[in-house]
Ligand binder design. Structure first.
Ligand SMILES: [Ca+2]
Ligand SMILES: [Ca+2]
Ligand SMILES: [Ca+2]
Ligand SMILES: [Ca+2]
Length: 716
């Protein structure tokens, strides 16, 4: 795909008005009017197919087997007590144009496990696509910390008539949202921030966590499952255990004002909801979704049962022809610690308490990022190594992090000494704030392919990274948040120490929190790898951190909200969002409130010199709050200064290094404040440790005598 069209184009806001229509006692009916303009329809030809683009859009329609057409997704939020009555969308100035070639289809959606292409369930023919100019969904969720009613409008300014080979397009769409606000209704005062739900047997092990959270001014309440079923706090509603728990969460949301829920217990200790997304004829997998417990309300301000057709089959999507209406917008942040026994509860409680009391995010190791990937799908058209491609997209988001790339292209995932497994262990044991796996999985292992080789043999020497390796990690308190990219790595029902959970259950190290799929995953391949589905959501998790999420739960919630606001939704998107489980404490503190230091200029110092001699470089920057600063110089690809400091804001830091090998080096610097906030990387300063002598007269002499120069460079 042409890179330019991936850039989100800002739609032109022509007008934005709110008018009061009528008032009846405490109910006010209002109208919000907005319009968006589209212009400059263009066609790009590739391989005898055309791709249609139009300015003013920010996404694409990604329905398998259907044309890839541009779309504009807009999300409007209203206070939680708003009732949306009507949404009117009016396309303006419809025009038609004949096209002489086929329109390129949406990228293939590939099942990670089998590598199989999605086969559309419905028949392959269509007359006009899409059928309408727009799609409107109304939901209820938690947006930027506020309980909100959400109107999600997806506009399709270009439609394709396959029979007549014409496209129709509009240059404007008007959106009018009619809604009622109940000005007298009030939200409950927030009393409890974190609700912990656990079986009775884990309660005493959890008490230290409750005390710790309350001491940190995160008001926390532990409720046991039997108290929910016995109606100790609220009257009991619900047809089965998961629904009783969900009603309890709804009541706690209404009465106690909770915004975080932590579920304690694995498959047999803490009930889970089975969901039914039929992605294709070959994928009728039933998988678990804790998002069920987080998505409490729908856009009509009603309890969201996830079974709107009342057939006791939950979360159906094209399941034997049935679909339950689900808004998917979480109303609380959620996380599960899938403990199978008291020992595991004590382990995770101790890890969370230590992580937070030591403020892990202020430590030197935290700004390390370890990424692991290779060629997820050998044989795509452009020979892209999707794992490395996704890893790189994450590195680009995590500006300021020092990266350890365990890749095929740099020989580190397939090495002999050290092996790929050793490189992964070393990367984790040295300490990193985040760890990203991008490839394939099963509940007990992660694996991937070498470039264009269709045998899963990485990492070397075992061909996989397994749960038992994770259980043996000894990284102590240097605990990463782990993103497990691949199928079924979070399938805790199949393996009570599944890959994603085994990072948390390790008492001597491992990880502090993780994300992983409870079922088969879907991705786009090649250059589309980050354009939605599993890897698209992963990338958004990192973006959420970079955009200021300060808890683990916010990382997940912001990523889900961003995903819903960015992508056209097909069965694969539903499955991705429902299966992508956060494992850990949703209130886990992962960043301070501090503003990061300004990005420093490139280091200053000599741009050439001799090997074996020490060279000095300086850097300086400003912290907006005048916090003390630490500096980190990268002396090329392999060496760095470690963190130097503390220095006062605006005080110059000097770092020095002695290169031992001749060559050209790119050096750069970043700064971190005392609260752990890291600046972006500076620009590079190129430094040359040249082949020839540094005596300028000698160099001038040589450059005037090319033959001698050649001879000289050959000698040294
Ligand atoms: Ca149903
Ligand atoms: Ca919702
Ligand atoms: Ca590939
Ligand atoms: Ca600061």
């Amino acid at each position: 795909m042409n890179k330019a069209i991936c850039i989100l184009l800002v739609a032109i806001l022509l007008s934005n008005g709110i008018g009061v229509i009528s008032t009846a006692d405490n109910i006010i009916t209002e109208m919000k009017k907005t319009s968006f303009e589209f212009s400059t329809l263009t066609f790009r030809e590739e391989n005898q197919q055309i791709e249609v683009m139009i300015e003013g859009t920010n996404s694409f329609i990604t329905q398998p087997g259907r044309p890839l057409l541009p779309s504009l997704i807009k999300t409007f939020t209203f206070p939680s007590n708003t009732l949306v009555k009507n949404v009117f969308c009016t396309p303006e100035n419809i025009q038609h144009e004949h096209v002489f070639q086929d329109i390129r289809l949406a990228p293939d959606m590939i099942q990670l496990n089998s590598g199989e292409k999605f086969e559309p369930i419905s028949s392959d023919s269509f007359s006009i696509f899409p059928e309408e100019w727009y799609d409107v969904r109304i939901g209820h969720g938690l947006i930027e910390g506020k309980r909100s009613v959400i109107v999600r409008v997806e506009c399709y300014p270009v439609r394709y008539n396959q029979m007549e080979k014409t496209i129709s397009w509009i240059d404007e769409i008007n959106i009018e949202i009619e809604y009622e606000s109940d000005v007298t209704s009030t939200q409950s005062e927030e009393q409890i921030d974190l609700l912990i739900i656990s079986p009775a047997e884990f309660a005493d092990e959890l008490n230290p966590l409750v005390t710790h959270k309350n001491n940190r001014e995160i008001s926390t309440k532990l409720v046991q499952l039997n108290q929910i079923y016995d109606g100790v706090y609220f009257s009991v509603e619900g047809r089965d255990e998961p629904e009783k728990i969900k009603y309890f969460i709804k009541n706690a949301y209404d009465e106690w004002g909770i915004s975080n829920v932590m579920l304690v217990g694995g498959r047999y200790k803490m009930p889970s909801r089975e969901t039914h997304v039929q992605v294709s004829n070959s994928d009728k997998e039933i998988f678990l979704s804790d998002i069920y417990y987080a998505d409490i309300y729908n856009g009509s301000l009603e309890f969201s049962t996830w079974d709107t057709n009342n057939n006791d089959v939950f979360a159906e999507y094209q399941w034997e022809g049935n679909t339950d209406e689900i808004d998917l917008y979480p109303d609380v942040k959620i996380g599960r610690v899938a403990c199978i026994d008291e020992q595991q509860v004590t382990t995770i409680v101790n890890k969370i308490i230590t992580y937070e009391t030591t403020e892990a995010f202020t430590k030197d190791w935290f700004s390390n990022l370890v990424v692991i990937g290779a060629d997820t799908f050998p044989g795509d058209d452009k020979g892209i190594d999707e794992g490395e491609f996704v890893n790189q997209a994450i590195i680009d988001v995590m500006d300021g992090f020092s990266t350890d790339k365990i890749w095929y292209s740099n020989g580190r995932i397939n090495g002999i000494a050290p092996t790929g497994v050793q490189n992964i262990n070393n990367g984790i044991n040295e300490g990193c704030g985040f760890l990203d796996f991008s490839g394939h999985g099963a509940p007990y292992l992660w694996t991937t392919y070498p470039h264009n080789v269709s045998r899963q043999i990485l990492p070397s020497p075992t061909g996989s990274y397994s749960n038992s390796m994770i259980s043996n990690l000894e990284n102590g308190d240097k605990l990463p948040i782990v993103i497990c990219g691949g199928c079924s790595l979070g399938k805790f029902e199949a393996n009570s120490n599944c890959f994603a959970w085994s990072f948390l259950s390790n008492p001597n190290g491992g990880g502090i929190a993780s994300f992983g799929a409870t079922g088969l995953g879907y991705v786009y391949i090649g250059e589309y790898a980050t354009y939605g589905l599993v890897e698209g959501l992963n990338l958004r998790i990192f973006e959420a951190y970079n955009n200021g999420a300060i808890t683990f739960g916010e990382m997940w919630l912001d990523a889900v909200n961003d995903y819903l606001g960015s992508f056209n939704l097909n069965a694969g998107d539903y499955k991705t969002l429902e299966e992508w489980h956060p494992f850990g404490d949703p209130t886990l503190s992962i960043a301070g409130m501090s503003e990061k230091p300004l990005t420093p200029d490139a280091p200053s110092g000599p741009t050439s010199g001799r090997i074996g001699e020490e060279h000095e470089y300086t850097a300086v920057t400003t912290d907006p709050e005048e916090d003390d600063l630490y500096y980190f110089f990268e002396w090329g690809e392999e060496d760095n200064s470690g963190w130097l400091g503390p220095y006062e804001s605006d005080e110059t830091c000097t770092g020095s290094f002695t290169w031992e090998k001749r060559g050209d080096y790119q050096i750069r610097v970043k700064a971190r404040d005392e609260h752990g906030s890291v600046s972006g990387w500076s620009d590079y300063l190129p430094v040359s440790m040249p082949q020839y002598s540094q005596n300028p007269l000698f160099y001038e002499f040589l450059s005037n005598h090319p033959l001698l120069y050649k001879l000289f460079t050959r000698i040294i």
